[in-house]
Design a protein around this ligand. Structure first.
Ligand SMILES: Cc1cc2nc3c(=O)[nH]c(=O)nc-3n(C[C@H](O)[C@H](O)[C@H](O)COP(=O)(O)OP(=O)(O)OC[C@H]3O[C@@H](n4cnc5c(N)ncnc54)[C@H](O)[C@@H]3O)c2cc1C
Length: 438
């Protein structure tokens, strides 16, 4: 079998490696000049390169870890259990939280005990969520996450202090417009399944350097023909059950099978070009996108109280002390990445105003920032960072076989159960390869 994988993000890389491992002759066609897809950095005139978005994954992301192992890639931070700094705006003393090596949900006892402003009895409320999820998160897709948490008797203070910061970052949607099924999945897998599940892993900067060279080496070693700067225009079924792929300036090539590891709308367009998309793919292409914005601040001294800091009920959301993690992009300066999920309000704000607003907020939130000087700032925006997991969206995510015969769908937007994450992308790539091999 000769197969083409369209798209060189994590889904495409995984599908190509899995197919090649099964003896398939594989060509991977990627429209850009690098592998890694949305896990990427961009040039910055002052700092060299900055990531378009801070990436984090958890101990429960086992398939991603397996792929990174195959690529020989390590994160810059690997925790054994969840450890986090939490800053409550208006209260200068940061809290250092650490999960315990106890069976779930008791591993969260010290975390809940030290978390600022949680209502009394929070462990009991969390245990109630754990009990409700024992049978799995199914059947909740039409409900908003906020309604689901309220129906489980979660106090508003617990929702805004604890659930919201985790879920908005993981699902990239506000709780009142996020499918409860996805939120419930995240709570179950990421927080309540074991003490290791929520342990943070933070990739090194820059993301392109982190993924692209190792992925190229691994694919080449597996015999995959990697073709960069190769945009695919259409995929159509032809005589002899062959698939005809047009790419580049007018080239057409025949394959026995294809994995479309591109965003939903692109996959729909590739098949539609020859009039062969499917209702399932059309429905997925109609799911809106949700933006993520990052503000990179370079200062003359450190100001964040931890490597990873969560600021509940603040526009700052999550802050990463990149210099403490691994990078020294701009000599003599410290690099803080402020990661804002579900950033509808930020994505259209002019760069100068957004940097100034965020820097001012940092100075109000972190006392050492008031004494620091801002050396350089950079805003990165990904308007199409993830699909928007609105209520009802789980049912609209297609599986790998929901295209046309010989074509498998992959991508973090497909029906993996996971939010649009690196783990979801890797799982979708393996599922697509399995589908074609079967
Ligand atoms: C700012 C930001 C922050 C994020 N943070 C996190 C995080 O903290 N943790 C986490 O797990 N996930 C995070 N994600 C999500 C994660 O990056 C994605 O879910 C994952 O990388 C998607 O991988 P993919 O392979 O499915 O798709 P993509 O990465 O989108 O790859 C698709 C590839 O297809 C290529 N392509 C498209 N059309 C064509 C064509 N016609 N021909 C050839 N090639 C084509 C594209 O160039 C691209 O390389 C974040 C995303 C962003 C944008």
């Amino acid at each position: 079998m000769r197969a083409v994988v369209v798209g060189g993000g994590l889904a495409g890389i995984t599908a190509a490696l899995d197919l090649a491992a099964a003896g398939v002759q594989v060509a991977l066609l990627e429209r850009s000049g690098q592998l890694g897809g949305l896990c990427r950095s961009v040039p910055d005139p002052v700092a060299g390169r900055v990531d378009t978005g801070q990436h984090v994954y958890l101990g429960c992301c086992t398939e991603l870890e397996a792929l990174l192992g195959r690529l020989g890639v390590e994160p810059a931070l690997r925790q054994e259990r969840l450890e986090l700094t939490v800053v409550d705006p208006g209260h200068p003393r940061p809290r250092q939280l650490s999960a315990a090596p106890l069976p779930a949900p008791f591993h969260l006892l010290p975390v809940l005990g030290a978390w600022p402003r949680l209502p009394r009895g929070s462990l009991l409320h969390v245990a109630r969520v754990a009990a409700a999820l024992r049978e799995g998160p199914g059947g909740l897709d039409d409900l908003p996450a906020l309604g689901w948490l309220r129906a489980l008797g979660q106090p508003e203070q617990l929702i805004s202090q604890l659930w919201e910061p985790f879920l908005v970052a993981a699902c990239n949607a506000p709780l009142d417009r996020c499918s409860a099924e996805l939120a419930a999945f995240v709570v179950r897998e990421g927080l309540l399944s074991s003490s290791r599940a929520g342990a943070l892993r933070v990739p090194g900067t820059d993301l392109t350097q982190w993924l692209d060279p190792p992925a190229r080496r691994a694919l080449q070693a597996a015999g995959v023909e990697v073709r960069l700067d190769s945009r695919v225009h259409s995929v159509s079924c032809g005589p002899g059950s062959k698939l005809y792929v047009t790419h580049g300036p007018g080239a057409e090539e025949a394959f026995d099978a294809a994995v479309l590891a591109v965003p939903a709308r692109s996959a729909h367009r590739l098949l539609l070009a020859e009039g062969r998309s499917t209702p399932a793919l059309e429905a997925a292409a109609g799911i809106p996108d949700s933006p993520i914005v990052n503000v990179h601040l370079f200062t003359d001294r450190p100001f964040l109280p931890g490597a990873v800091t969560l600021i509940p009920r603040s526009r700052l959301q999550w802050a990463f002390d990149r210099s403490r993690l691994d990078d020294q992009l701009l000599e003599g300066s410290w690099h803080a990445a402020i990661s804002i999920s579900a950033a509808e309000a930020e994505v259209g704000v002019p760069e100068g105003r957004l940097s100034a607003d965020i820097w001012q907020l940092c100075q109000e939130t972190f006392p050492p920032a008031a004494r620091a000087r801002l050396v350089h700032s950079r805003v990165t925006r990904e308007a199409h960072a993830t699909f928007w997991p609105e209520p009802g969206s789980a049912a609209r995510r297609p599986g790998p076989s929901d295209a046309v015969p010989g074509v498998a769908l992959a991508g973090s937007w497909t029906r993996t159960g996971w939010p649009a994450t690196m783990e979801g992308a890797v799982r979708s790539g393996s599922a697509a390869a399995r589908h074609l091999l079967a």
